[in-house]
Each structure stands twice: as structure tokens, then as C-alpha cells.
Design a protein around this ligand. Structure first.
Ligand code: SAH
Length: 283
């Protein structure tokens, strides 16, 4: 048990030998780690981590062996089986294994596959969710993933399928028609096809789009553009993964909600970007 954590130790589950805790590390800022994740970092013998887990977070692994299992950019996922089996082996050796993934392990993170393999091999598993980049990363950019005046639903999409191609199985027309706000993970490689598909399916070229790169980290950057201009702006600004792409009017809310810019002393760009009336004006 862990007395250095900020609640009495009865709240902190003990990591038992032979267990794997499959855990989300959030989008990057160490402050967005859950307390369960921190507890796990303090107890683990081995931490098997992905590319998007930040170095600062790994520093909290006290004396644990660190094993990198990263994969980037939708490359063929043949190694996934190896990673899962490696976790099985570590657990079978009696290690306390922390499998640490960026964001949430069950959101485009193959967490389900890893947990399934572990359970199929009789390895006990605990799942610790994390803040997903498509929600928390957008919040750091001042973009609310839902906003009452904009959307009653949100669609999370991956720009890659298992073979690394744009998901042919995605019905872009249905997404374009049915979802006011679309949040795209791993979308940089196929951004031209994605934006074209959305416009072909009826979304306006003027619709707002934001690219949030290295969200929640110190070097976070945000580019606001439109569906029509997105590809040009990706080139112009040299936008590189990892980026979360948000399509929809909620992007406009950044004009008032860019709290990092406000904290730096800048005024809001527009107090009422959706033109819904501004209570502040009538006070
Ligand atoms: N399980 C993760 C997603 C893994 S897929 C989660 O829940 O967030 C990897 C993709 O997530 C990246 O290509 C990028 O689209 C997005 N992503 C993860 N962390 C990010 C960050 N800090 N900034 C921007 N995008 C991020």
C-alpha cells in the first residue's frame, strides 16, 4: 500500500504479483494521470509503455524495469501479438506488470485485444481508464467536445484501420450526415482523403476544423482551419502527428474558450462565436 499518495491507504488497491494492470496515462500532461495510475506506477515491477506515454510520467515508476512497446503511425500490427504474449510471460514470471498506454487503453488503443489475450491465458487483469486525447486534448485547446448549441452527439473516428489504410469500412456519408462533431484520431496520413470524403458527403468546405498537436504538453499547438483549407494548412504549418482533428462548430468555441491564451494575458477573440447572444453584454 502506498502512504505517499494523497488518500488513506485503504483506497489504494495492492498490485499483486502475476497481475497485469492495463492503464491509461492520459494525453500527456502528468497532472492528467489518474490516482490509480499513479498508485500503479509506485508498485509495478515492470512498466510496459507506448510511444505516447510522456517521459515525465515514466519518471514516477519507482525502481520498475521500463520496457518500450511503442508502435507509431498505423504500421502493420503484427507485433501486437508479441506485446500481448510478452505481458503474459511477465505475469507468469510473477511480476507486477503495469501496461501503460497513452490516453485511454480502450479508445483506439488495442487495450481490448491485450486484455483478451491476458484473460485467455488466465492472467488476472485490472483496467484503469485514462483521459482520452479526443476529449481531454481538445479541452486543453479550448474546444468542448459537446456544446449544447452545437451537438447532441459526437463521433470518434480512426484514420487508420488494421492495415494502415483509411478505413474502407467507414461510411463517411453516414458520419457526415449524422454527426455534428467528428473527432479523428490518427488522421494525419490520410487527411486529404478524409476531408474530401466529408465534403463529397455534403459537409461544407467552410466548416471549422482544428488540428491539436501534442495536446496537453508544453509544446501543444493548435491550428484552426476549414475542411476546404485543411490540407494546405497542414503543409503550411508543418503539422505532424500525434494530432487530434476536430471537425465541427465546436471548434469555433475556441475563440472564447482558449483558456491557455487567456491565461497568457490575451483577450478573448470573440465572446459569442456562435452568435447566440452574450449574457455578459446585458449585465
Ligand atoms: N488511446 C489513445 C489513442 C491512441 S491512438 C487515447 O485514448 O487518446 C493514437 C492517436 O491518438 C494519435 O495518432 C493522435 O491522433 C491521438 N493522440 C494521442 N495523444 C495525443 C496528444 N497528446 N496530442 C494529440 N493527439 C494525440
Amino acid at each position: 500500500m502506498n502512504d505517499s499518495l494523497p488518500l488513506p491507504s485503504k483506497h489504494w488497491p495492492e498490485m499483486k504479483p502475476g497481475w497485469v494492470w492495463l492503464c491509461g496515462a492520459g494525453p500527456g500532461d502528468p497532472g492528467l494521470l489518474t490516482l490509480h495510475a499513479l498508485n500503479a506506477l509506485h508498485q509495478a515491477d515492470v512498466v510496459v509503455y507506448d510511444a505516447l506515454v510522456s517521459a515525465e510520467i515514466l519518471e514516477w515508476a519507482q525502481g520498475a524495469e521500463l520496457i518500450y512497446a511503442g508502435k507509431r503511425g498505423g504500421k502493420p500490427s503484427a507485433k501486437q501479438v508479441d506485446i500481448s504474449l510478452h505481458l503474459v510471460q511477465l505475469a507468469q514470471k510473477g511480476k507486477r506488470v503495469l501496461r501503460l498506454k497513452g490516453g485511454d487503453p480502450f479508445v483506439f488503443g488495442r487495450g481490448g485485444e491485450e486484455a483478451q489475450t491476458l484473460i485467455q491465458h488466465g492472467v488476472p487483469v485490472r483496467i484503469i481508464p485514462g483521459i482520452s486525447a479526443g476529449i481531454g486534448g481538445l479541452a486543453y485547446a479550448g474546444i468542448p467536445v459537446t456544446h449544447r448549441d452545437v451537438n447532441q452527439s459526437v463521433t470518434f473516428v480512426t484514420g487508420h484501420d488494421q492495415s494502415g489504410l483509411t478505413p474502407g469500412s467507414l461510411d463517411w456519408e453516414a458520419i457526415a450526415r449524422g454527426s455534428q462533431v467528428i473527432v479523428i484520431y490518427m488522421g494525419m496520413k490520410h487527411i486529404a482523403q478524409i476531408t474530401k470524403s466529408l465534403m463529397d458527403a455534403g459537409r461544407s468546405g467552410d466548416e471549422a476544423v482544428a488540428f491539436v498537436t501534442s495536446a496537453t504538453l508544453e509544446h501543444q499547438s493548435v491550428v484552426e482551419t476549414t475542411l476546404q483549407r485543411a490540407v494546405k494548412d497542414v503543409k503550411k504549418h508543418g503539422i505532424k502527428p500525434p494530432a487530434i482533428i476536430c471537425v465541427g462548430q465546436s471548434v469555433l468555441m475556441r475563440q472564447v474558450l482558449d483558456w491557455q491564451s487567456l491565461a497568457a494575458g490575451n483577450p478573448p477573440r470573440n465572446l459569442d462565436p456562435l452568435g447566440k447572444g452574450c449574457p455578459a453584454e446585458s449585465v
